[in-house]
Design a binder for this molecule. Sequence first.
Ligand code: ATR
Length: 271
Amino acid sequence: MISGNAFIAGVMGWPVSHSLSPKLHDRWLAECGIDGAYIPLPVAPDDLELVFRALPRLGFRGWNLTVPHKEAALSLVDEADETARAIGAVNTVIVREDFSLFGTNTDAKGFLANLAPHSPDYTRCVVIGAGGAARAVAYALRSSGAKETIIVNRTLEKAQALGRAVPWEQRAQALEGATLLVNTTTQGMRGHEPLDLPLHALPKAALVTDIVYAPLMTPLLEAARARGNPVATGIGMLVHQAAPGFAAWFGRQPNITQELASWLLDERNED
Ligand code: ATR
C-alpha cells in the first residue's frame, strides 16, 4: 500500500510493544486510503534526544510519546504549546517544514472526549493518583470548569502539587459528595493489584472512570457498576488522544466510532 512518497509517523516508548497506537493508526490510514505508515519505535531513554534530532531528517512527519518519554519530550521540542507546558509533558510531536519540533499534549482532550457521551458533572471530582496521567486529568478537569478537584495519592506531597490533596488513609471518606471519580494509578491493570478503594461513601449518581483499559472493566469499574454507578471505560481516551496527531501528520480527520475501541481490544486479545 505504501509508496516512496509515504508519510511516516510512529510512537516512541520503552518498551513500546504493548502500544495499541500502531494498530489504531494503521486502520485509520487504510480507511482514509492514505499513503502512509505509523510504526512502533522502541527508544531507550538515553537515546531520546538523538532520535528526536534524527527522525525529521529521515522524513518523519511526527510521532507520539508513551511511557517513559512524555516528560523528557517537553524539554526536547523547540516549541511546546500551553497545554503541554501546563501538564509538563508532550505526547504528540509535529515536525515543521524547517525540521523544528512542535510539541503538544492531547491526553487531556482525549480524557474529556471519552467522558462527553456520559454527560459528566464536574462539580466535585476525585482523582486517585498523582503521576503523569493524573497531571493530564487534573488539567482537563480544570479546563472544563471543575469547581473542586480533590487529589488522593499514596504519597501526599505529590498530590499537593496538583490540587486539594487528601491523605491516602482518608480515601474512602474523600468520595463523599463526589460527582466524578477517576483512577489514574496503575492499580487494577492486568498484573497489578486492584485499587484498594472502598466505595461506600460514593454517591450512586457519580460517574466512575479508569484510565486503565487492560482489562477494560477494571475491578474498580466492576465494583462501581455493581452498586449502580455509571461507568466509563478508559479505551476511548486512547482513541481520542490519537486523533489530533493523525490529522496533523496525515492531513485527514480520522473516523471515531464506538466499534473502534472494542475492535482495538479484540485485536490485542488475538495477539
Ligand atoms: P503515570 O505517569 O502513568 O501516571 P506514575 O507517574 O508512575 O505513572 O504514577 C503512578 C501513580 O500510581 C502514582 O500516583 C502512584 O502513587 P505514588 O505517587 O505514591 O507513587 C500510584 N500507585 C502506584 N502503585 C500504587 C499502589 N500500590 N497503591 C497506591 N497507589 C499506587
